[in-house]
Design a binder for this molecule. Sequence first.
Ligand SMILES: Nc1ccn([C@@H]2O[C@H](COP(=O)(O)OP(=O)(O)OP(=O)(O)O)[C@@H](O)[C@H]2O)c(=O)n1
Ligand SMILES: C[C@](O)(CO)[C@H](O)COP(=O)(O)O
Length: 240
Amino acid sequence: MAKTSYELVLLAAGQGKRMKSDRNKVWLSLMGKPLIQRALETFLKDPFCTHIIVTVNPDEIEMLQELIEAEFSDTKKPITLVVGGAERQYSSYNGLQYLQNPQDGYVMIHEAARPFLEQSAVDELNEEMQKSGAAILAVPPKDTIKQVKNGIIEQTILRETVWQAQTPQAFKSSLVLEAHEKARVEDFFGTDDASVVERTFSGIRIVSGNYYNIKMTTPEDWVTGEAILRHQQNKEVPGQ
Ligand SMILES: Nc1ccn([C@@H]2O[C@H](COP(=O)(O)OP(=O)(O)OP(=O)(O)O)[C@@H](O)[C@H]2O)c(=O)n1
Ligand SMILES: C[C@](O)(CO)[C@H](O)COP(=O)(O)O
């Protein structure tokens, strides 16, 4: 299937509390570039991405404008900066309000804290979002998953039924907009956009992602992140 154009909401208005850094982690530098720069590069290169909306903290707007001016001044792609919300879901909602084509278009929602996204995954997601109206990248868990209450195992989850959600998550724009409006009215909070859309639409497809697309969340991810980047740059074969 041919790929189609889409808009991007790039979430960057977090705090990075679990990273235990003194600043929003998307500004931390990984081998010479801030995470947000790496995430922007992927989508600036994708010709099917027509518009990038970045959710940003109010006191980081100027810094982002300077980064865009310094690194991406030659881009013709429109980049809209939008103030994020107190929760991830509010940031998604705020970003979605600035879509240029909310009726007939598609949108991918991605996290700036996931800087290792590969173009092939974006392309697969692009094709699936057209077929299904909604699709997310995800990977199967490698460990056995236990359901636990008060420190005691209640049951072992059938691993074949569980996937670890990643971003980007891609939707028909009208579908995700409507779902976010409903969640807002009903005070529903989810930890990703798919969980918001699941409440109004039952056909969200999983696209098999890869284990490199980690979210930089806690300090040890820095060790893994540097290794992933070296691998992606040198195309080393892991374990050889
Ligand atoms: N109110 C928020 C919260 C998060 N994000 C973004 O959404 C992604 C979610 O990743 P997460 O690890 O939850 O980021 P933080 O909220 O920054 O991390 P923490 O929960 O540890 O503070 C990040 O790119 C973050 O910048 C956002 O745009 N707005
Ligand atoms: C969207 C997400 O990255 C999918 O794994 C995750 O749910 C974000 O959760 P967080 O608590 O905001 O880190």
